[in-house]
Design a protein around this ligand. Structure first.
Ligand SMILES: [Mg+2]
Length: 265
């Protein structure tokens, strides 16, 4: 598909993994560091909108800065941050976490008690590469016996791990727990409308002047389209163009590029 020039865009919402970095190795996509620098030079607004659940926002920023990306705190919105804010707003004091130590420690710093049993008010689901039956059992008991909230950091189907291999993502585990409990997972990150709306509000921009760029047309871009944000699918990540056959016309991305470096600013 040809890549037409984009006019009227004054703001970019940008996915991280598969879009500006290759995968969980965080090696930059070729040309991505320079592309982001040009966005800054031209005075356009941008935010990295990330469903990363394995690094705190501070860690993620420093990791990306070490790879050469010139970023300020105001350039990052993550599902981990939104989850902490949501738990505090709901005044929930305890949770069971399916996720790694970074997620637990981040929520701990937000004064949410992390417990290793089912007597909790929320089950928080991030990426847990050491997921096992015992953890799923505790989560299920919390949801069924303790009526805990099912809090999903996001609902992605798959991701590319640090070896560059496709693996089941957070959404797959959330679906399993929805099945065991009969509850709906509350999605904190992309593609939730609230997540996108908050970012747009913070950046003081209208959806039609915004371009969301991602390697995930099924989740990230369909969600953005629902809010009338323009969408660009990049082929530098987990999917190739054949994935588009699963989307009907109204959900297909507006543009397709080989990589972010091709996008005109
Ligand atoms: Mg991605």
């Amino acid at each position: 598909m040809p890549a037409p020039p984009i006019t009227m865009i004054n703001c970019f919402l940008i996915d991280i993994e598969g879009t500006i970095v290759k995968d969980k190795s965080y090696a930059p996509v070729e040309g991505a560091v320079e592309w982001l620098q040009r966005v800054k030079t031209f005075g356009k607004k941008f935010s990295l909108v990330s469903n990363n659940t394995t690094h705190s926002p501070e860690e993620l920023l420093s990791l990306l800065r070490n790879k050469g990306f010139d970023l300020g705190e105001e350039n990052l919105d993550t599902c981990m941050k939104v989850t902490g804010e949501w738990l505090k707003k709901k005044r929930l004091k305890s949770c069971f976490v399916l996720g790694n130590e970074a997620l637990k420690s981040y929520l701990g710093k937000e004064r949410i008690k992390i417990r290793e049993d089912s007597s909790v008010q929320a089950v928080v689901v991030g990426l847990d590469e050491e997921l096992n039956f015992q953890k799923l059992k505790i989560a299920t008991r919390a949801l069924v016996e303790n009526d805990a909230y099912l809090v999903a950091l996001h609902s992605n189907k798959v991701y590319k791990d640090s070896k560059g291999e496709i693996a089941p993502s957070v959404g797959a585990v959330v679906k399993a727990l929805e099945y065991t409990s009969g509850k709906r997972g509350l999605i904190m990150g992309k593609p939730s409308k609230d997540f996108y709306r908050n970012v747009l509000r913070r950046l003081e921009t209208k959806p039609e002047n915004c371009l969301m760029i991602s390697d995930d047309p099924l989740s990230d871009l369909v969600g953005a389209k629902k809010l009338k944000i323009k969408t660009a699918f990049v082929l530098s990540g987990k999917y190739d163009e054949s994935i588009l056959k699963y989307l009907d016309k109204k959900n297909k991305p507006d543009y397709v590029y080989k990589s972010i470096a091709e996008i005109k600013i």
